[in-house]
Each structure stands twice: as structure tokens, then as C-alpha cells.
Design a binder for this molecule. Structure first.
Ligand code: NDP
Length: 457
């Protein structure tokens, strides 16, 4: 069976031939192809100048996961119906440390989505400078509309299989879309029961049982800290800027909080039903309402306009038509296409920084790069979440809890260091930074060097 590889527009014959092989070996995995293409476009030219990586076949090896565990999850709903879902854990690469990466519960989850996320996670975790390999997992289970008891039964059933494959020195899952404090608690509680041991086998745990301060806020805060550095490079800051944010989950809400704290005015948020536009800005009080609406009441963003009448709701649309200085896509993959990128550019956006994983389609990324607009790719900009997960692992191993200031301080330093690594490998002749190439190469080199050192494993 053949697949169209012409979507990967490149003049580089080596990249084209590599992608042909990858698509042939991994049919019907478009998200995985997209993520690898984006990385290969920077890495293949780099490997041409560093033949030790080609001789060791690193790119072929790095795009093949160590293993994928696929399993059935059976549970019963509140009406007594038997329900069956599929779950995966993609253990992608443990060259730098135990596998680390979130679990996603969403009906759109497929093996392709988890392979793309796992692959990105390997490079992202490398960028943090912490000893973490990369993995990802999840299920096509939809927590939306389920009772707490249904979610609990699902999480417990999932852990009956997953517990065999994880451990503090093996694989340490965390949250992602659809997996927040409630789901982590159910899974962690069941692991403890099955194994009769209390260990840091998951991150994002409650503060009462081994969680870290600032973990909840870390991805959104980290994204804004990274964006702050991007803005400093062009001699500006968040102060007085209008900011468009998509999503209204964990990453989006804390990105709003930090951007507002730094003087920005956030004018949009969204969910899968559409987006809200609040020209007055989403201040602290409005944000508290949204966090309660989405995490406690499990409501929809459309309800915001019932409370704040100056705002408008736009069903089934994304926020990128609203004029803004800074765009922070924080919902999900492929939520900015090239037409939307051109609209943002037409409205004079000055920086785009990804809180979500791969929210920007490949040709939209090129539109930003070609226009010379600083573009922070997710693997660098949203690494703050996994970085604080790494700090949670350290605290668990030390049996200590650090203060909010300590963790936030370390997060800031890590985001500064990631920015520095991107600059090291991505600075162009004119002094501007290609963060895409910089993040890909900096993340790659550490993993590749470890793999070369290990020999053929
Ligand atoms: P949440 O589940 O907390 O929130 C996800 C948000 O995105 C919700 O507003 C959701 O809307 C929206 N969304 C989900 N799917 C779609 C879709 N298909 N179309 C439009 N909107 C959608 O997840 P997180 O905030 O944790 O994750 C958001 C992104 O950030 C993901 O790409 C994730 O991989 C990435 N990320 C998360 C990290 C973390 O620490 N949590 C770390 C690094 C990256 P609705 O309520 O309608 O579903």
C-alpha cells in the first residue's frame, strides 16, 4: 500500500528519501510523519556535517520506538454497560534516563498521535538538561461527560495492566489532555494498591502525596518565560501587548496567568466548541472563574459570555482572526493552519510561542519563519511541564518538598537554559534565532551522543 509523501515539500533529496522510508515503515500515521519531518528537515543537514551520527544510523534508530505496549481496558459504566477502550504506552527512548511523558485521554488518541508525542518528548526532555528519556501514553477513552466513579473505574482498570511496565527507574507517566489531578490520583492510588509500595512512579501527584508545588502551573508559566526571552531578543516584553491564547485547560490557563502578571492583556481563550473574545482582557478574577468552570464544574468556555457580557463567543472557530501582538497556541495539535498564520502575520503578530504540542502545521511554521517572526516550537517552549515533573522525581527520591519559590526559580533557570541551547544551535548570520532548528539540533545532539556511546543497542 502506498502513501502520498508529496506533502513533505523539501528540496533536500536526503530528507525526501528518509521520509519515504519512514512513511513506508509506519503507514497511516500522519501525525508521526509530520513530527519526524519537521525534525528531519533540521537534523539531516546537520548530520551531513557530523558523519559520526550517520555512520551509527542514529536517525533511523531514533525514529523507531524502543517498544509500544498496547492493551485493552474494560470497565463498566454507571448503567452497568460493559465498555472497552484501547490504551498504549509508547516507550520511545531511554538513552538519557527513565521514560518520561504524559498520558492523554481523548477520543482522538491513536498510535500515530502517541508516537508523534513520544518522539517529540525525547528531544524535549533532552533539552531540559535533566536525566529523562522520552515516552507517551494514553487511551481513546473520553473523560468528558463521565461521572467521577466511571473515570475511577477506567483509571483503575488501565493501571491493572500499566503497573507492570512503569516504575521510578523505568517509566514515569504524567498528565496531558484529559488527564489532570483527578485521573493521576486514581491511577497512582491503584498502583500503590497493586504493588504495595509508595514510590514516585507518576508525576503531577497531589501535594499531599508526593506532588510538587508549581507542577500544575509549570507548562503555562514555562511557555511564557520562554516567550519572554524571545521578546527580549527583539528588545520588547509582554508589557502592554495583546495576547491571543487558545485552549482553556491546564496549559492555557496558567499561560494566561503569567502573561497577565507580566503586563500582557489576554483577549482570547477556546475549547473544542469555539473561542471567546474579551476585548477588556481576561484578568485574575475572570481567570479564577474559568479555572473553576473547566476543572470543577467541567463546563464549556461558551458559558464565559453569560457571566461577562462584553465578551463574545464564536462557535466552531479558532481565535487566530483576532488581532494580537503575541499568539500562544495552548490547546492541541494542528490548530494553526497556513491561512491562519497569514492572518496573524497580516495583523502584525510579533511572536508565536507554542504551549501545546505541534499546534502549528508545517507550512504555517514556515510562514512565520519566512516572515522573520520569532517562533518558539513546543518542544522548547512547553518543556517547563516535564522539567518540573523531573524536579518532582528528584524531590520524591530525596523525600523532600521544595518551596514554591525554589521550584519556580529552578523552572525559570531551566527555561533560560533551553533558550540558550536553542540560540547555540539556531542563531542565524543576522543574529536572529531559528528556534525550530536550534531546539531540534540541541535536543538531538545529547541523545545521539549517548546512543553512539552505548554502541548498537
Ligand atoms: P487539558 O486537557 O487541560 O486542556 C486541553 C484544552 O485543549 C481544552 O481546552 C480542550 O477543550 C482543548 N482541546 C483539546 N482537544 C481539542 C481539539 N481537538 N480541538 C480544539 N480544542 C481542543 O490539556 P493540557 O492543557 O494539559 O494540554 C494542552 C496541550 O499542551 C496539549 O497539546 C498537550 O500535549 C500539551 N502539553 C501539556 C503539558 C502539561 O503539563 N499538561 C506539558 C507539555 C505539553 P475541551 O475542553 O473542549 O476538550
Amino acid at each position: 500500500m502506498t502513501q502520498d509523501t508529496s506533502v513533505f515539500a523539501t528540496d533536500d533529496k536526503e530528507v525526501a528519501s528518509f521520509m519515504q522510508g519512514l512513511v513506508r515503515r509506519n503507514p497511516f500515521e500522519p501525525e508521526f510523519h509530520q513530527a519526524v519531518f519537521e525534525v528531519a528537515s533540521s537534523i539531516v543537514p546537520f548530520i551531513r556535517d557530523h558523519p559520526q551520527y550517520r555512520d551509527a544510523g542514529i536517525l533511523d534508530r531514533m525514529t523507531e520506538p524502543d517498544r509500544i505496549i498496547i492493551f485493552r481496558v474494560v470497565w463498566d459504566d454507571d448503567q452497568g454497560n460493559v465498555r472497552t477502550n484501547r490504551a498504549w504506552r509508547v516507550q520511545f527512548n531511554n538513552s538519557l534516563g527513565p521514560y518520561k511523558g504524559g498520558m492523554r485521554f481523548h477520543p482522538s488518541v491513536t498510535q500515530s498521535v502517541l508516537k508523534f508525542l513520544g518522539f517529540e518528548q525525547v528531544l524535549k526532555n533532552s533539552l531540559t538538561g535533566l536525566p529523562m528519556g522520552g515516552g507517551k501514553g494514553g487511551s481513546n477513552f473520553n473523560p468528558k461527560g463521565k461521572s467521577d466513579r466511571e473515570v475511577m473505574r477506567f483509571c483503575q482498570s488501565l493501571m491493572v495492566e500499566l503497573h507492570r511496565h512503569i516504575g521510578e527507574d523505568v517509566d514515569v507517566p504524567a498528565g496531558d489532555i484529559g488527564v489532570g489531578a483527578r485521573e493521576i490520583s486514581y491511577m497512582f492510588g491503584h498502583y500503590k494498591r497493586l504493588e504495595n509500595r509508595f514510590a514516585g512512579i507518576m508525576t503531577g501527584k497531589g501535594l499531599q502525596f508526593g506532588g510538587s508545588l508549581v507542577r500544575t502551573e509549570a507548562t503555562g508559566y514555562g511557555c511564557v518565560y520562554f516567550c519572554q526571552h524571545m521578546l527580549e531578543q527583539i528588545d520588547t516584553s509582554f508589557k502592554g501587548k495583546s495576547v491571543a491564547v487558545s485552549g482553556s485547560g491546564n496549559v492555557a490557563t496558567y499561560a494566561v496567568q503569567k502573561a497577565t502578571e507580566l503586563g500582557g492583556k489576554v483577549v482570547t481563550l477556546s475549547d473544542s466548541g469555539g473561542f471567546i473574545h474579551d476585548p477588556d482582557g481576561i484578568d485574575e478574577e475572570k481567570l479564577a472563574y474559568i479555572i473553576d468552570l473547566k476543572t470543577v464544574q467541567r463546563g464549556r468556555i461558551s458559558e464565559y459570555v453569560d457571566k461577562y457580557s462584553k465578551a463574545s463567543f464564536h462557535a466552531d472557530q479558532r481565535p487566530w482572526g483576532v488581532p494580537c501582538d503575541i499568539a500562544l497556541p495552548c490547546a492541541t495539535q494542528n490548530e494553526i493552519n497556513v491561512a491562519e498564520a497569514n492572518t496573524l502575520l497580516k495583523n502584525n503578530v510579533i511572536a508565536v510561542c507554542e504551549g501545546a504540542n505541534m499546534p502549528t502545521e508545517a507550512d504555517a511554521v514556515h510562514a512565520f519563519l519566512n516572515a522573520g517572526v520569532p517562533f518558539g516550537p513546543g518542544k522548547a517552549a512547553n518543556a517547563g511541564g516535564v522539567a518540573v515533573s523531573g524536579l518532582e522525581q528528584s524531590q520524591n527520591a530525596l523525600r523532600l518538598s521544595w518551596s514554591r519559590e525554589e521550584v519556580d526559580g529552578r523552572l525559570k533557570t531551566i527555561m533560560t537554559d533551553i533558550h540558550g541551547r536553542c540560540a547555540e544551535y539556531g542563531t542565524r548570520a543576522d543574529g536572529s534565532i531559528d528556534y525550530v532548528a536550534g531546539a531540534n539540533i540541541a535536543g538531538f545532539v545529547k541523545v545521539a551522543d549517548a546512543m553512539v556511546a552505548y554502541g548498537l543497542v
